[in-house]
Design a protein around this ligand. Structure first.
Ligand code: SOE
Length: 393
């Protein structure tokens, strides 16, 4: 290709246009304008069930067309990549159909609502990979530059043998018992509650940063508010609308400990009831040679302690991860100007386009999504058994 020739287009079709759809759209709109990409993302069509709403979303988010049936979206010749931003209960069906139709697939986290669904998705992705197709899961926090840099430090051996991984992901958006029974609070749509929504992120991050899987867990979960008002059908919040109240069928919070393959110990806490915590993901890794710590609400910073330095002057130091040498930063603003949540979706789009152009499977793969699903399922099993819970006499 000569310098003058524009890169070939990559037609994208997105299913779902709510919060995650808007975030992914921002990624697709921006990636090719900031990064030099081997393929030009073209936002061909977006899909949603309601004609009027999906037309409005297409216009607002920058999609060229709108479909009301995801099967019609997948069938379009001008779409090579299907981006799935729907609730978990439709991930497996859409992803498998898209892969079987020869499309590349990006699927939001958690990969699926059950291990069985995730296994079927992995099988479809393997068959598709043999035909040259790409499949990736949207664990976007891996692409926060400070966390991508943290992974580099671990890979370089800066922490040495890992001893502890400590992770929390806290939100507070359903602390009001009158907050309606939205789809995220219904097992048949969401699979699980804070566990699948927030726990999926931190299990993936812990395993990714540590570079090793969890091999066992011990857990407790709780649903603090057991019934909630049904949302009005017209509110756009309801999976199925109505009047009166309905049961909350997922966890509001989960606490679990785990062991990584190397023997390092890990602890996890997720909640939607942590009043004052809006999107507070924090992670710390302690190794024999040092530690790293990160907080999502200060996402341009990484704390690093080099334990090989003389104790008299050693201590955690704050690295402002905005230098051009840091992951993704060379394409953005001068040092110190900072990035935010939305940039993770731009980076995700960038990395996926490179994977499609090179034919190399990207990470997180569907296999990695399945591994997270297995951990979530083990957490639920452990919590249900309550086997390690000992009453205080
Ligand atoms: C809601 O809890 C949510 O939007 C998650 O679904 C996202 O994955 C997370 O990034 C922010 O919080």
């Amino acid at each position: 290709m000569s310098k003058e020739e524009p890169a070939p287009e990559l037609g994208i079709g997105m299913v779902g246009y709510a919060f995650m759809g808007a975030a992914h759209s921002q990624g697709w709109r921006t990636a090719g304008r900031v990064f030099d990409l081997p393929l030009r993302p073209r936002m061909a069509a977006v899909c949603g069930r309601d004609r009027e709403q999906v037309d409005a979303a297409a216009a607002r988010l920058g999609w060229g067309a709108a479909e009301t049936d995801w099967r019609a979206l997948i069938a379009r010749d001008d779409i090579q990549l299907v981006d799935i931003c729907t609730p978990g209960d439709s991930h497996a069906e859409i992803a498998i159909a898209a892969l079987e139709a020869g499309k590349h697939v990006l699927c939001e986290k958690p990969l699926a609502n059950t291990v069985a669904e995730a296994e079927a998705m992995v099988e479809a992705a393997r068959a598709a990979a043999a035909r040259g197709q790409i499949a990736m899961v949207g664990f976007n926090y891996r692409r926060v530059p400070a966390l991508a840099y943290a992974r580099q430090l671990v890979e370089e051996g800066k922490l040495g043998a890992l001893r502890h991984v400590r992770v929390q992901y806290l939100q507070d958006w359903i602390t009001d018992p009158e907050f309606p029974l939205v789809w995220r609070l219904q097992k048949e749509h969401a699979g699980s509650g804070a566990l699948g929504d927030l726990g999926a992120h931190i299990v993936d991050l812990a395993q990714h940063l540590a570079g090793e899987p969890l091999v066992g867990v011990s857990a407790m979960t709780e649903t603090f508010v057991k019934e909630r008002p049904l949302p009005a059908a017209s509110s756009g919040l309801a999976a199925s609308g109505g009047t009166g109240r309905g049961p909350v069928t997922v966890d509001d919070a989960a606490l679990f400990t785990g062991r990584l393959a190397s023997g390092a110990l890990a602890s996890f806490e997720v909640s939607r009831f942590a009043a004052g915590r809006k999107n507070a993901l924090s992670i710390e890794l302690n190794g024999e040679h040092g530690s790293i710590a990160f907080e999502l609400e200060r996402l341009n910073e990484l704390s690093y302690h080099d334990h090989t330095e003389p104790a008299v002057s050693a201590g955690f130091r704050r690295i402002l991860v905005t230098e051009p040498e840091h992951p993704y930063l060379a394409a953005w603003w001068p040092p110190g100007h900072g990035l935010g949540y939305e940039h993770t979706f731009v980076h995700q789009a960038r990395d996926l386009v490179h994977a499609i152009a090179s034919g190399e499977q990207p990470s997180p793969s569907f296999e990695e999504g399945l591994q997270v699903q297995r951990v979530l399922s083990a957490v639920e099993e452990s919590a249900a058994k309550n086997s390690v819970y000992t009453h205080v006499a």
